[in-house]
Design a protein around this ligand. Structure first.
Ligand code: AGP
Length: 615
């Protein structure tokens, strides 16, 4: 969703804010703005619609020197993308400026309260009431942190906010309300930063503090004071982040998406490091398993939750849990979880999967599970995120920052982490055949190299992309472990190229989608060598019989579809349950290259945001 950045220090704030916004732009990019204090301690505010470059060119040469300020890049929720709706928002007197991410549910009633007294609003946003509320509390004598606390108490919803005011130039106050819209503080020497995610802070500081819901950070250049909703001081030592800032830079790649696709061999290695042990062969969760052996044996079922790509990773995880831990497992779309009164109890293991750890739907499902006393694990790529704080145990995916909106490397890392978790659980439950464990570990050791081989398919996928870039409809088919891969292949294509694509369980094709098949609908069939390959072949024959063009993924050495499918892509052979991640690579490359052919905005597709912090 929206990106937030704030700075207080001795250096010129403007360039720091703009650079931070550049790193956050993937979160939202329909408008951007900054607010800072000029030399007379007056608020200077600039906003522009469109991407950050519009704002940058507008303020070039006129940006006043300042040592504190806030910035925002927007993904619209309330009010269309426009300059008036862009953040920061000011109160009518220009005393207070706010940037905000998330939703204020009772904003209409609050707005009504102010307009009834004759106040005017300059935007259609929910955000603007925050500026009015803070200014009102300041008028009544509150200090800035107290004014924000009063504001939090008056509002409903889950959001994060950063405020500056002319009363105290150089000071920022920031808060997180509820479970949406995380904020992280970056601690420097004589300067402090705040941002909606880590990527914006890494060039400046690796000492960070994540705000918990209800907490307020009072930020001055000398230091930061944290208080809770009641105003009590919270003592929490900053964490040292392991991320390398270089990892957040595009390097030689034209797009972050391509860079992140190419990082997958290294990511696989990092996710497995210290977990897949060979002597003796076993899988350990080095993060510490909160599931004791006795508790693991008591478990009666597992429920996996996630959204989008993370949900598809969870679907693969379900296979692993059933196969290795012999635990009945089901997958839920996290956004639907709360609507069914799911039957949960302390013998239900809830496993959430999340790249950001801040997806509100996933967090709400986790909270529901917590209320029911379920033990919880989260597979997460963002240390310190809210998901990692709700769960009893975390399996960090260690994929590094993922900047492209379309997830690639984090799906691979999540699937590996789920594989490790299921093997570990299987051993604790005594349901894992040691020979199977050994074979899976041996196969996993080959995975980074095999992913490297899969990346060599790039030229081939680029050529296929050139032939298929003008298609407007795609069907992705898979069975078993390849079914979630088909769903993910379709999601990638629609996200980055705006082509209509559907993922289906191949067996389902005959029950409806087959009616769509003609020469204008391209079918991508995942027919890599596994127990369902022959059935996939029948599906491909059915498509061909209806003149549908077929791109088939097969395992290297398999020529059984030569002359049948229009394109036969040989994927490096891989024995073992992690095979789906190998098939993911050509699908990611296909989506990327089709988007490139179509001139799409690959790293920042229209309408999307990297972290979805609204319901
Ligand atoms: C996938 O390319 C998207 N970025 C999206 O579906 C994403 O997987 C989803 O929003 C969940 O995000 P999370 O993993 O951060 O919870």
């Amino acid at each position: 969703m929206c990106g937030i950045i704030g700075y207080s220090g001795e250096r010129p704030a403007g360039p720091i804010l703009l650079e931070g916004l550049g790193r956050l732009e993937y979160r939202g990019y329909d408008s951007a703005g900054i607010a800072l204090f000029d030399e007379q301690h007056r608020l200077y505010c600039a906003r522009a619609t469109g991407k950050l470059e519009q704002l940058t060119s507008r303020i070039e040469g006129v940006l006043p020197p300042a040592v504190a300020g806030i910035g925002h890049t927007r993904w619209a929720t309330h009010g269309r993308p426009s300059e008036a709706n862009a953040h920061p928002h000011l109160d009518p007197t220009g005393r207070v400026a706010v940037v905000h991410n998330g939703i204020i549910e009772n904003f209409a009633a609050l707005r009504e309260r102010f307009t009834a007294r004759g106040a005017s609003f300059a935007s259609e946003t929910d955000t603007e009431v925050l500026a009015h509320l803070v200014a009102e509390a300041l008028d009544e004598g509150a200090d800035l942190a107290e004014a924000l606390r009063v504001t939090l108490a008056e509002t409903e919803g889950a959001y994060s906010v950063v405020v500056i005011a002319t009363d105290d130039p150089g000071r920022l106050v920031a808060a997180r309300a509820g479970n949406a819209g995380g904020l992280v503080i970056g601690h420097g020497e004589g300067e402090q930063f705040v941002a909606s995610d880590l990527a914006a802070l890494l060039p400046y500081s690796r000492r960070v503090t994540f705000l918990n819901p209800g907490e307020i950070a009072d930020i001055r250049r000398e230091g930061v004071t944290l208080t809770d909703a009641d105003g009590a001081v919270v003592e929490r030592a900053p964490q040292l982040q392991p991320y390398d800032p270089v990892a957040a830079v595009k390097g030689r790649y034209r797009h972050f998406m391509l860079k992140e696709i190419h990082e997958q061999p290294d990511v696989a290695l990092d996710t497995m490091r210290g977990r897949y042990l060979q002597d003796p062969p076993r899988v350990e969760l080095d993060d510490g398993s909160p599931i004791a052996a006795a508790q693991a044996r008591e478990l009666q079922r597992a429920v996996l939750v996630g959204m989008g790509t993370s949900q598809y990773a969870a679907m693969i995880g379900r296979h692993y849990i059933e196969r290795f831990a012999r635990l009945p497992a089901e997958v839920d779309n996290a956004s639907e979880f709360g609507y069914r009164r799911p039957v949960l109890d302390p013998r239900t293991l809830v496993v959430s999967v999340a790249q950001s750890g801040e997806t509100v739907d996933t967090l709400l499902a986790m909270e529901e599970a917590r209320r029911e006393g379920c033990p919880q694990l989260t597979v997460c790529n963002t240390p310190g995120s809210q998901a990692t704080r709700i769960a009893d145990g975390v399996i960090h995916t260690r994929a590094g920052p993922e900047i492209a909106v379309a997830s690639t490397k984090t799906m691979t890392a999540s699937v590996i982490a789920l594989h490790a978790m299921a093997l570990h659980l299987g051993r604790l439950r005594g349901s894992l055949d040691p020979e199977v464990e050994c074979a899976e570990i041996e196969a996993a050791m080959r995975l980074p190299a095999v992913l490297g081989e899969a990346l060599l398919l790039e030229e081939r996928m680029a050529a296929v992309a050139r032939r298929y870039a003008q298609f407007e409809d795609f069907l992705f088919l898979g069975r078993g472990l390849s079914y979630p891969v088909a769903l993910e292949g379709a999601l990638k294509l629609k996200e980055v190229s705006y082509i209509h694509a559907e993922g289906y369980a191949a067996g389902e094709m005959k029950h409806g989608p087959i009616a769509l098949i003609d020469e204008r609908l391209a079918t991508l069939a995942i027919a890599t060598r596994d127990e369902v390959r022959d059935k996939m072949r029948s599906n491909i024959e059915q498509v061909k019989a209806r003149r549908g063009p077929v791109i088939a993924l097969v395992s290297e050495g398999d020529d059984s579809l030569d002359g049948i499918a229009d394109e036969v892509i040989a994927v490096p052979a891989f024995e073992g349950a992690l095979a789906p991640v190998v098939a993911l690579v050509p699908l990611q490359l296909l989506a990327y290259h089709i988007a490139l052919e179509r001139g799409a905005d690959i790293d920042q597709p229209r309408n999307l945001a990297k972290t979805v912090t609204v319901e």
